[in-house]
Design a protein around this ligand. Structure first.
Ligand SMILES: [Zn+2]
Length: 218
């Protein structure tokens, strides 16, 4: 069994649109300055209610779009997933709107962030937020060190001799933990994982917006 990791493709000649979430107040965080492990990190505390609203940065629509809140998926890709019986995910409805339909204050924030609001589509297509709930484990021989702080509860995985996971660290999937799902997450460190069947279906239906790379499994 071969597994692959996947992430959003930013596009080659022309960059794909990305989703920008309409927020007026920055999310609230609890700043944790831990005296035990010495790490400063932020815990998100508020949970928003209602459908999340997004604007898209341009009209180059892929079936999967990057957003700061996670992958967005097109209606056509959802139809393909239903048709082919793709398992391991659920979808959440979101509102995709023109920047004109957002509060003036948000449009001002977009401009401040350097976005070209005029280029943003007025009639963007519907997208959904993908929640990946399939699960697969990393192999215990993956050579990662887990550091657990008893005081603040932070768990960090690091490469040996490093204080983070090196970008070339080869993560190994535990093939025996596969529950026959097509798309999955590894728990920690979190990676999006898919099967060969998923990639075949992706190409067969000419879906766009993802890039895949090989994972070692054992
Ligand atoms: Zn700590």
């Amino acid at each position: 069994m071969t597994f692959y990791s996947f992430s959003s493709d930013e596009g080659k000649k022309k960059k794909f649109a990305t989703g920008v979430k309409v927020v007026l107040r920055p999310p609230s965080f609890e700043d944790i300055h831990c005296s035990d492990c010495g790490i400063h990190w932020r815990k998100t505390v508020n949970s928003e209610e209602g459908k999340a609203q997004f604007v898209l940065t341009n009209n180059h629509y892929a079936d999967f779009l990057y957003s700061s809140d996670g992958l967005l998926i097109s209606e056509r890709a959802i139809e393909v997933f239903d048709l082919e019986g793709i398992s391991g995910y659920s979808k959440t409805e979101i509102i995709v709107s023109s920047p004109k339909e957002t509060p003036a204050e948000f449009q001002r924030l977009l401009r401040l962030a350097g976005e070209n609001v005029k280029k943003m589509p007025e009639n963007p297509p519907q997208y959904y937020m993908v929640m990946i709930n399939g699960l697969i484990s990393l192999h215990q021989e993956q050579n990662l060190k887990f550091i657990h702080c008893n005081k603040c509860g932070l768990v960090r995985a690091v490469s040996p001799g490093s204080s983070f996971i090196n970008t070339d660290h080869n993560l190994i999937i535990d093939a025996s933990s596969w529950r026959c799902e097509d798309i999955m997450n590894t728990n920690y460190p979190a990676r999006n994982v898919c099967t060969e069947r998923f990639i075949e279906i992706y190409h067969k239906h000419e879906l766009t917006g993802l890039i895949f790379s090989d994972l070692t499994s054992r």
